[in-house]
Ligand binder design. Structure first.
Ligand code: 4G4
Length: 227
């Protein structure tokens, strides 16, 4: 898998290269390229934004640097080209599974008021939002998407941790405990130390159902989605 990120703020992506995703990149399992859109501007002052036609507050990112960058990086349109924007379809786990099927993802990060609509119409396959809130830029959403997809690249996570997830489909996770047995007067539930795995599985299923009912009743209703 290859992920290309197009941004005016490449330095924002350093955290992605720490942690588990960074290890996968170092081990060659995953290629992540961060491309500075400013490198593609044809403006003599390296400008990448301008005032909005029609007036109004803020600046708009110009179509030209975006178009030139995408054409240089994916000339034959073999990549899935994604624009991170609050107007996109809401990101869910099903989309992660869909995106893991592509060899190359291009993630376009907008800033200011967003990008000239012509660049979106000409060069973007789909617009994705990570949730119903507004951020200063698409960089954090791009990192969220890259992290979600990276988990499914071969060898990034242990197969056990992914199998575990598919078992608990449609439910939130049961609570986890580790040592010590007692912390500030609170004990680890007895059943988890019983060694009775049938009982443990039953308890975990009940706990998962209870937390889902409390926090995400929508997941239990008909048409609840894969989590
Ligand atoms: C595109 C258009 C994504 C990108 C406008 C991006 C939230 C999300 C941006 C903007 C974003 C999300 C500046 C409003 C950058 N905010 N929910 N901001 N804005 O995925």
């Amino acid at each position: 898998m290859r992920i290309t990120i197009l941004t005016l703020f490449p330095e924002m992506f350093s955290p992605l290269f720490g942690s588990i995703v960074g290890r996968a990149v170092k081990e060659g399992k995953l290629a992540i390229e961060v491309v500075n859109l400013r490198d593609y501007t044809e403006d003599k002052h390296l400008k990448c934004d301008d005032y909005p036609f029609g007036g109004g507050a803020g600046m708009v990112m110009m179509a030209q640097p975006v178009g030139s960058a995408i054409e240089a990086i994916d000339p034959k349109h073999e990549a899935r080209r994604i624009y991170l924007s609050p107007k996109g379809r809401t990101f869910r786990q099903e989309k992660v599974f869909e995106l893991t099927e592509y060899k190359h993802l291009v993630l376009l990060c907008g800033h200011y008021e967003g990008i000239d609509q012509r660049a979106i119409d000409l060069f973007i396959d789909e617009e994705i939002s990570i949730g119903d809130y507004v951020l200063t830029g698409g960089e954090l959403p791009a990192m969220v998407l890259a992290d979600c997809v990276a988990r499914y690249v071969d060898g990034v996570l242990s197969p056990e941790s992914l199998v575990q997830e598919s078992f608990s489909e449609n439910l939130l996770e049961y609570p986890h405990y580790t040592r010590p047995v007692e912390y500030r007067g609170m004990s680890v539930p007895e059943v988890l130390r019983s060694g009775n795995h049938a009982q443990i599985d039953k308890w975990r299923r009940e706990q998962a159902l209870a937390i889902t009912r409390k926090n995400r009743p929508d997941l239990l209703k008909d048409g609840g989605e894969v989590l």
